[in-house]
Design a protein around this ligand. Structure first.
Ligand code: MLT
Length: 404
């Protein structure tokens, strides 16, 4: 009889957002007359910007003509996109990143789940707590996380770095040195971030202990404060210790289009072994490139018109973030985030657990959010709302919450 990868059997329950979707589906089936407002999963709602649509249409037409038809894309990405990324995301921020250090993919979720393959089976990982579930779950699947405790909701072989209101949501260096450190900044789920000086300390720490930082910068377009780094490579020494993962989902509305990229600097080495070469080998074997049409849409993100249109889109969502934050504060809630990220992180009222507040909000206000405990034990007693809804729905949800 064949045997399965038993590491999968260790995963507790279903993926957080699938659990929420099931609960909401059951509620709407039982209460078809209630209009549920979804501020749970961080999925965009605004249509693609005109300049992106134009690029998509043009690329589709090219695919319909023999002279311009394209088959397999280069597995690491088309030069037109990699060069646009280098120029706009790195050169313009003073970061020295070359096109052959950029690996275009179908999104940051796949890359952040797959990147752990480059590391040894017993590599110890450190994660912020609360944390985007993909980092931990993908390491569980790889058998790296040890034993799960239902009591503490932690894995025996994972280092958790609590990020709570007590420490201003800034993780402290772990006592035991990890090999891999996952940092998502600006942070999902807390919507908070660290200063560039604090990030520099993490880079120095990683270089000192010989760890690699997996830096998820999916929300960098939402940074509004000056002293916050848009890329880890703004820090000195980051090229010898950090891999950066970027997404087009949140800055350009590509959650359904799918495009992302990962930067693996050539200076990042384990002895003589280049992680850049390993990731290239992995891409060559397991990935046939993001679609040409989608990469052309990605290129349009960096055009002058694209930048202007997307700045407006980000501003639209950040107007929601401000409305949620101010509205909740006025209603007496304790709230965080929402300044450099499209997430608002609130304390649940009256000592409710995160899931109790989820049910309470769904039943009484018909508003869906995300329970903080779903992101890790230190998320217990917190709740996340996303700013990615429409402005009208955001205001309507707030009005309902304020009436509770
Ligand atoms: C979230 O709600 O946390 C996001 O949708 C995560 C993601 O981008 O996969």
């Amino acid at each position: 009889m064949f045997q399965v990868n038993e590491n999968y059997l260790k995963l507790p329950g279903s993926y957080l957002f699938s659990t929420i979707a099931k609960k909401v589906a059951a509620f709407t089936e039982a209460n078809p007359e209630k209009k549920v407002i979804r501020l749970g999963i961080g999925d965009v709602t605004q249509p693609l910007a005109p300049v992106i649509l134009e690029a998509l249409h043009k690329a589709v037409d090219e695919m319909g003509k023999t002279e311009t038809f394209r088959g397999y894309a280069p597995d690491l990405g088309y030069d037109f996109l990699r060069n646009a990324i280098v120029k706009n995301d790195y050169e313009e921020r003073g970061c020295d990143i070359a096109a052959d250090e950029i690996f275009v993919s179908d999104g940051a979720k796949s890359d952040s789940g797959n990147i752990q393959e480059l590391f040894s089976a017993d590599a110890k990982i450190a994660v912020c707590d609360p944390v985007y579930p993909v980092y931990v779950d993908s390491n569980v699947m790889a058998g790296r996380t040890g034993v799960y405790s239902e009591d503490t909701q932690t894995w025996s072989n994972v280092i958790y770095m609590p990020c709570t209101m007590e420490n201003g949501f800034v993780p402290e260096f772990p006592k035991e040195a990890p090999q891999l450190i996952y940092l998502c900044l600006p942070n999902n789920p807390t919507g908070t971030t660290v200063t560039k000086a604090q990030l520099q300390e993490w880079v120095d720490y990683a270089n000192r202990v010989g760890a690699v930082i997996i830096y998820d910068a999916a929300y960098e377009a939402y940074i509004s404060e000056e002293n916050v780094a848009h890329s880890v490579y703004e820090c000195k020494g980051a090229k010898t210790c950090a891999i950066e993962i970027r997404s087009f989902s949140k800055n350009a509305g590509f959650t359904g289009v799918r495009l992302g990229f990962t930067v693996v600097p050539k200076e990042l080495k384990c002895g003589d072994v280049s992680l850049n070469a390993m990731w290239a080998r992995r891409h060559g074997t397991k990935f046939n490139g993001a679609p040409y049409i989608v990469q052309r849409a990605g290129e349009a993100v960096y055009s002058e018109a694209g930048k202007a249109q997307l700045k407006e889109q980000v501003a639209y969502y950040m107007k929601n973030a401000k409305a949620i934050k101010d509205g909740l504060k006025n209603a007496g809630y304790t709230v965080f985030g929402g300044v450099n990220a499209p997430y608002i992180w609130m304390k649940t009222p009256d000592q409710m657990t995160s899931w109790q507040f989820f049910d309470y909000l769904l039943e009484n206000a018909n508003v869906v959010g995300t329970p903080g405990s779903g992101f890790g034990p230190s998320g217990e007693g917190y709740f996340r709302l996303t700013a990615f809804g429409s402005y009208e729905n955001t205001l309507a949800a707030l009005e309902r919450i304020q009436k509770l």
